[in-house]
Ligand binder design. Structure first.
Ligand code: ATP
Ligand code: MG
Length: 235
């Protein structure tokens, strides 16, 4: 469904991605692991068209994504939850969710159904719906960021380190939501530093090093033989 083929990317003169190839099939959870600074976020930004792509091809359902603006990607069914979460701090929780719900082609009745579904996954967001986004805890903000992606009813969600800095209880909730999305048939490209969570949640895993994919394997294989993880991630 999503194919990155030998993708190169630059920040100005700095060459950061050196031919990254990744594939995510419909409904699949794919992990993307790698140490700090290897280019995981840049890979997601390349998909979103937010970094200068200087080679290779990125296609979604056979269609080249070059030149598409972010709302065009959303319309195709691609949602991105950035590392820094980027919720609207001054808007309430509900207003944050409405930014994704108020779109052409979505009836008022359908909006309510989608909102209700998200609240069912994240009861805390229902409780806090009239509270400003900026007053939420880090974990709640992460949930809001994921919920905002979910109301777009995407085919794939690009999740950038969703558990970073969260307490274990919140990490468990993120794990559950990844599982629930998978059950719903939503594909996920999961960038993480949390290796156990990634090996558990993902079907296949790519490991990046210095702007390149160095290894990819079924998660079950990496779970059975920890040597590869140790070699590339040092854990
Ligand atoms: N806006 C930018 N301008 C210039 N260089 C950048 C910029 N953003 C990232 N880089 C560099 O590009 C490389 C890859 O960064 P990237 O953020 O993709 O790594 P990452 O794998 O997501 O790391 P982390 O685990 O720390 O989030 C790093 O060397 C980083 O310093
Ligand atoms: Mg990153």
């Amino acid at each position: 469904m999503l194919v990155l083929d030998a993708v190169h990317a630059h920040y100005g003169k700095s060459h950061v991605l050196h031919g990254v190839s990744i594939e995510v099939r419909a409904g699949e959870v794919v992990g993307l692991l790698g140490r700090n600074g290897v280019g995981k976020t840049t890979t997601l930004k390349a998909i979103m068209g937010l970094v200068q792509r200087t080679g290779g091809r990125i296609a979604f359902e056979g269609r080249d994504l070059a030149g598409l603006p972010p709302h065009g990607l959303a319309r195709l069914g691609i949602a991105w939850v950035p590392e820094e979460r980027r919720i609207f701090r001054l808007l309430t929780v509900l207003e944050n969710l409405r930014t994704g719900l108020d779109r052409p082609g979505l009836s008022a009745a359908r909006r309510e159904v989608v909102l209700e579904k998200v609240y069912r996954h994240f009861p805390i967001l229902r409780e806090r719906r009239d509270q400003a986004g900026g007053t939420l805890s880090g974990g709640e903000q992460q949930m809001l960021a994921i919920a905002r992606a979910m109301v777009l009813e995407p085919k794939i969600i690009l999740l950038d380190e969703p558990t970073e800095g969260l307490m274990p209880r919140m990490v468990a909730q993120i794990r559950e939501i990844v599982h629930a999305l998978h059950q719903d048939g939503v594909a996920i490209l999961l960038v993480e530093q949390n290796v156990p969570l990634t090996l558990e949640a993902a079907g296949r895993v790519y490991i990046m090093e210095k702007g390149l994919v160095r290894h990819h394997a079924p998660a079950a294989e990496l779970r059975a033989d920890h040597g590869v993880i140790h070699e590339y991630l040092g854990v």
